[in-house]
Write a new protein. Structure first.
Length: 194
């Protein structure tokens, strides 16, 4: 049974979901929210939406027509999108009810879109690493294909390794690490993006 998109999923959809990140799935609700966010930017045909999602992730995740078209039909049934027939195709538009839903779930929608973009950057980073191509860098040393600085990538990897080494730690040590990460998260999120 498909649940209405009144409570967006956490990206860990069950059977039938598409893989988005390591072991996590794109739930039907998450896909519906992604489609609404894309329709807010531009009314589109289903095929254009499939391509737009694929472009966000650098073709790592491209939902199948068998996922997108039922999601669009469901959104239409809910009144979240309207359909404009164009010959044998349908052009989907974000309806006021869909905009209200999207607005209420904006933070989750933005997180989903950023996950897709992150996957695209990560896949490009890996492609370059496997091909042994020299990375083209910008004036601040950032990789032009991903925007990532080497120290950003190295620090993320170091954090993952440190957390892995602490996975069997005592409850007291886990609390200490959690407190450090909570402070770091707050500092990161309270700093405006440049």
């Amino acid at each position: 049974m498909r649940h209405p998109p009144s409570s967006p999923g956490n990206g860990r959809g069950g059977p039938g979901g598409a893989e988005l990140t390591r072991g996590r799935k794109v739930s039907a609700e998450d896909l519906q929210l992604i489609l609404l966010a894309l329709l807010e930017l531009n009314p589109s045909h289903g095929y254009e939406l499939i391509k737009a999602v694929g472009a966000l992730s650098n073709a790592y995740y491209t939902p199948s027509p068998g996922m997108v078209y039922p999601a669009l039909t469901y959104l239409e049934e809910l009144g979240h999108v309207t359909v404009e027939p164009q010959g044998s195709k349908k052009r989907y538009h974000l309806a006021p009810q869909g905009l209200a839903y999207l607005t209420a779930h904006r933070a989750h929608a933005e997180l989903l879109l950023e996950k897709l973009r992150h996957i695209g950057r990560k896949m490009e980073w890996m492609r370059q690493a496997w091909s042994a191509e020299p990375r083209e860098t910008g004036p601040q040393g950032e990789d032009l294909a991903t925007g990532w600085l080497p120290e950003f990538v190295e620090t993320r990897q170091a954090l993952r390794h440190a957390l892995l080494r602490k996975s069997g730690a005592s409850p007291a040590e886990q609390r200490r690490v959690a407190a450090i990460l909570r402070r770091a998260t707050q500092e990161i999120e309270n700093t405006p993006c440049s």
